[in-house]
Design a protein around this ligand. Structure first.
Ligand code: TYD
Length: 225
């Protein structure tokens, strides 16, 4: 069993259906004896969860939003993510910086160069071979047409600030994810989310098996009962 930490993030527009698969993956890793942390952004620490409440509910301009999500991210990295990776844990994180590029950048039109600068500033880490910018080892991108996501979200619950946005906003967010994917394709697994939940799960599993991070035969049922 490897003791190298793994940083896995999950992305997609609202309604793409990340949550059940994150839970199933947590079970699959635990079944293989891996220590695991499941967490989310914005959030994951008491301070970052307070910032999440502000970002998801209070109207603010796009720069303020970007600064708050990066402030939350900094605390999250320092308190939770980096210590877990140093222990050799698997970190399953529901959203990370790709969401900032997609939502604050493409969705709300905030300057992408400034986001790149903040990304470098906030995610810098000291490694044995010098400083590096922390990035996910793999990002599972649940890709779904915004019209289908909107149907799934309709009436599901009281929408937060982002979920209440029109379909055009999510078309821009999706384009933002595509741009991130195209810039760093090696870390992305793009999953076609417009399939049955079981088919999506099989695609997610395949991405992990291909990397050798989950063994064949693990969790075929995927907690889909
Ligand atoms: P989401 O991850 O969908 O959680 P839940 O399933 O509880 O609704 O919601 C988080 C929202 O925050 C989502 O609409 C995207 C948004 N977000 C940003 O705008 N920027 C960010 O950097 C992050 C991490 C999230």
């Amino acid at each position: 069993m490897t003791t190298t930490g793994l940083f896995i993030t999950f992305e997609g527009i609202d309604g793409a259906g990340k949550s059940t698969h994150i839970d199933s993956l947590a079970q699959a890793f635990k079944a293989q004896g891996r220590s695991l942390v499941t967490t989310r952004e914005p959030g994951g620490t008491p301070l970052a969860e307070k910032l999440r409440t502000l970002v998801l509910n209070d109207p603010m301009d796009a720069m303020t939003e970007a600064l708050l999500v990066f402030a939350a991210r900094r605390d999250h990295l320092k308190q939770v993510i980096e210590p877990a990776l140093a222990r050799g844990d698997v970190v399953l994180c529901d959203r990370f910086t790709d969401a900032t590029f997609a939502y604050q950048g493409s969705g709300r039109g905030f300057d992408l160069d400034t986001l790149s600068y903040l990304e470098q500033l906030v995610q810098i880490q000291q490694g044995v071979e010098g400083d590096f910018v922390r990035q996910p080892d793999m990002t599972i991108w649940f890709d779904l047409a915004p019209e289908i996501a909107a149907q799934r979200l309709a009436g599901a619950r009281v929408p937060d600030k982002f979920e209440a946005q029109p379909v055009e906003f999510f078309a821009r967010v999706r384009a933002g994810y595509l741009a991130r994917h195209d810039a760093q394709p090696w870390r992305f697994a793009r999953i076609e989310a417009d399939q049955s939940r079981e088919a999506v799960w099989q695609d997610v599993l395949a991405a992990f098996r291909q990397k050798g991070w989950l063994s064949n035969g693990s969790s075929d049922a995927g907690g889909l009962a």
